[in-house]
Design a protein around this ligand. Structure first.
Ligand code: HEM
Length: 237
């Protein structure tokens, strides 16, 4: 009895390792972490829309993020839990993407035989560049609106003030717009490949998948680029 338990654990561990090392395992990891990141990005965008209701509402929303989980968790407890999950998801997503690219490069014969492979290669390249831009954007964004390190006039806990004064710098707004356009393309292609990785690759799902990916990517992108534009044209001040 006692010897059987470690043997079962070993079998499970080696199955998990084998799954992680397979192309299908990496695609599954990308799909599951992708869903988590998509949901988070959507909720983040929806929360930011509160900025249009007014400074009190927006700052109250930022306050809610600190106290959510109370009284079960201490202040910022749930926030740190979500941050940890985000870090793990981003790390796994990038690891799986990099390793899949390397596997594909090793497996692919030199040159392309037909147009489909050419367009698949184009989408993959767009995803890689989009991914790099998004990572650079998130690093800048955290230093800008969370830590205030690169912000010209950061006031701790006055998120509305940081938002407006941050986007009044035109080149910062321009960078946010470019990065969010790259994010929109990444979301569109990512959603499309996620459906395929989850087995919905049949032609009859194509229009449904395209519609969903387009609407989701468009809503997030339009809302996100509306924030710097609203500040630049004086709608938010
Ligand atoms: C123009 C669009 C966006 C605006 C206006 C915006 C605004 C903000 C603000 C104000 C904060 C600080 C919140 C606080 O301290 O309470 C924040 C945090 C953050 N944002 Fe954004 N954001 C935008 C887009 C994005 C995108 C596209 C991503 C990811 C791809 C992202 C990732 C994050 C992360 C990871 C945090 C830190 C969350 C935490 O404190 O745990 N943001 N954002």
């Amino acid at each position: 009895m006692t010897a059987a338990a470690p043997a079962t654990t070993n079998v499970r561990a080696s199955w998990l390792l084998g799954f992680w090392h397979s192309a299908i395992g990496k695609k599954a990891v990308m799909a599951v972490t992708g869903i988590f990141l998509f949901v988070w990005i959507f909720l983040h965008m929806a929360g930011n829309l509160k900025v249009y209701i007014g400074p009190e509402h927006y700052n109250a929303y930022a306050g809610f993020l600190i106290t959510m989980g109370a009284p079960l968790l201490p202040a910022k407890g749930a926030l740190y839990a979500v941050r940890a999950l985000l870090l793990i998801a981003v790390w796994l997503h990038i690891q799986a993407a990099t390793q899949l690219t390397l596997m594909n490069r090793r497996a692919r014969p030199v040159g392309y035989a037909n147009r489909d492979y050419v367009s698949a290669g184009y989408a993959a390249r767009t995803m890689r560049w989009g991914g790099v831009i998004i990572v650079l954007f998130v690093i800048y964004h955290l230093l800008h609106l969370t830590f205030g390190t690169v912000h010209p006039d950061f006031i701790e806990h006055d998120v509305y003030h940081n938002f407006v004064t941050g986007f009044q710098v035109w080149w910062v707004s321009a960078f946010y717009i470019v990065a969010n356009l790259a994010l929109g393309m990444h979301l569109y292609h990512g959603l499309w490949s996620m459906f395929n990785s989850l087995g919905l690759s049949h032609d009859r799902f194509n229009s449904w998948k395209r519609g969903f990916a387009t609407v989701f990517a468009l809503v997030v992108t339009l809302a996100n680029i509306s924030f710097p534009i609203a500040v630049l044209i004086g709608v938010l001040r």
